[in-house]
Ligand binder design. Structure first.
Ligand SMILES: [Zn+2]
Length: 443
């Protein structure tokens, strides 16, 4: 057993608690004791604010290679997508593993203890099957294990290039040909101690309603997480309304996709009925503000969703940056810009989106809280760096959510294992591996 004494810890309330002792035994938290003013002898001392593990609920690991290369000039989501397809076109299982391993290690440094990888790069160039049809997915699972973080592989069904269209040349790698073939391939993957296999419908553009219903039934029967990109772009809503006379959310609801195990990724351009449907289902909405602003997607309004019973999670999606504090504050700050009012989401609910709700939407209901019995994930944020110096215990949560950066994370424990110590990854030279992995695919 190992004991950690936290100078401050967030136990789920409106304020951080001073002097918290966390006992860890076999990868689980065995006891949490508040009101311990000084470290006990033998306890590891964690100075700063200790949070539960953060969950990055929406990731496309390979898009890390695009960082800084797609920001110049004009264009839209759709022109960015062409650049993204060029990277997707050159990856093989080895380069995918190297890039994902470095990207997940960057996440570990940012306090991420579980990643939801929305995975559609299944097959070889032109759609040729690898000998193991899940070779690319297994590369992602191995990458997460190397980086020391848990992974939910949200294996994505992707069949069409647009509504009623066959996949384009660059999209053939994504397609299994049918939802039945998708299910057969995914059925060959299994959960593990640090791995969950979930399902994803890429979008109503890429999956027809019958196939989406097949994927939804697969997830429902097995109690697996189901994610889908929903209403990221007005053009997606327009095409869906024209083809089916319904919004993407309504179409997915009719196909049986909406439940408490469903996560609508982005949920940027919803109408009132969409909001009600997601709330009634107690679904999760995964917001990815740093990507949504990078791609000029628009600003999702999350407060109405929370008001009707939906939960929120956060994702760094295209990895324009990997910083869940930046994602968290953007949910509130973007909504301020869109509404002209402040105070939609406080620091505590935003941290819950980054931790407990994010883990829950990835199939880890026993993570994301510092409490007895939960997985032993601890993320310690230094309060004495330039951004947070001067922070008092009473405002430590606000200071962290509204001013911290991923660089303030000093210590990360995942399932009782120390993967980041004093701001360094325990086993990976992260900048070097990122440099090599990105250059290898962008050469
Ligand atoms: Zn995405």
């Amino acid at each position: 057993m190992t004991a950690y004494w936290c100078e401050l810890a967030w136990l789920g309330g409106e304020r951080a608690e001073p002097g918290v002792l966390v006992d860890v035994d076999g990868g689980r938290i065995s006891a949490v004791t508040s009101g311990i003013p000084a470290p006990l002898s033998g306890a590891r001392r964690l100075e700063g604010l200790t949070l539960p593990g953060l969950a990055n609920a929406h990731s496309h690991a390979f898009q890390r290679a695009l960082r800084g290369r797609t920001q110049h000039g004009s264009g839209s989501f759709w022109t960015w997508r062409e650049q993204m397809y060029r990277v997707a076109g050159v990856l093989d299982p080895d380069s995918y593993l190297a890039l994902a391993r470095a990207t997940y290690a960057e996440m570990a440094l940012a306090g991420v203890t579980a990643v939801g990888e929305f995975h559609y790069l299944h097959h070889g160039p032109g759609g040729a099957r690898y000998e193991d049809a899940n070779e690319m997915g297994r590369a992602l699972v191995a990458a997460a294990a190397d980086a020391g973080v848990r992974i939910t592989l949200l294996d994505c069904c992707y069949l069409h290039g647009g509504i009623g269209e066959p996949p384009g040349e660059s999209q053939r790698r994504f397609s299994d040909g049918s939802a039945e073939a998708w299910a057969e391939r995914v059925g060959m993957l299994g959960n593990g101690e640090s791995v969950r296999i979930g399902a994803a419908v890429h979008s109503v553009r890429a999956v027809d309603p019958e196939s989406a219903a097949t994927v939804a039934a697969w997830a429902l029967e097995r109690g697996r997480p189901l994610h889908a990109h929903v209403s990221e772009q007005p053009a997606e809503n327009g095409a869906c309304l024209e083809a089916y006379g319904r919004t993407p959310t309504a179409l997915l609801a009719e196909g049986g996709a909406l439940s408490a195990n469903f996560t609508a990724v982005h949920a940027t351009h919803l109408d009132d009925r969409d909001v009600s449907l997601l709330g009634e289902a107690a679904a999760c909405c995964c917001v990815c503000p740093t990507t949504e602003r990078d791609l000029a997607d628009g600003i999702g309004r999350m407060r109405p969703l929370v008001d009707v019973g939906a939960s929120l999670s956060l994702g760094s999606d295209s990895h324009a940056v990997i910083d869940l504090f930046e994602e968290a504050r953007a949910v509130e700050l973007d909504e301020r810009l869109a509404s002209g009012e402040r105070g939609h989401h406080g620091a505590s609910p935003l941290l819950r989106a980054a931790s407990e709700s994010g883990h829950a939407c990835l199939g880890w209901p026993d993570a994301g809280r510092i409490e007895s019995g939960a997985r032993a994930d601890l993320v310690t944020v230094s309060l004495d760096g330039v951004r947070l110096a001067g922070t008092e215990p009473e405002n430590a949560l606000d200071a962290t959510v509204f001013a911290a950066s991923a660089s303030d994370v000093r210590h990360v424990l995942v399932d009782g294992r120390e993967i980041v110590v004093e701001g360094r990854h325990a086993s990976i030279d992260v900048p070097r591996e990122l440099d090599e992995a990105v250059r290898a695919v962008m050469a």
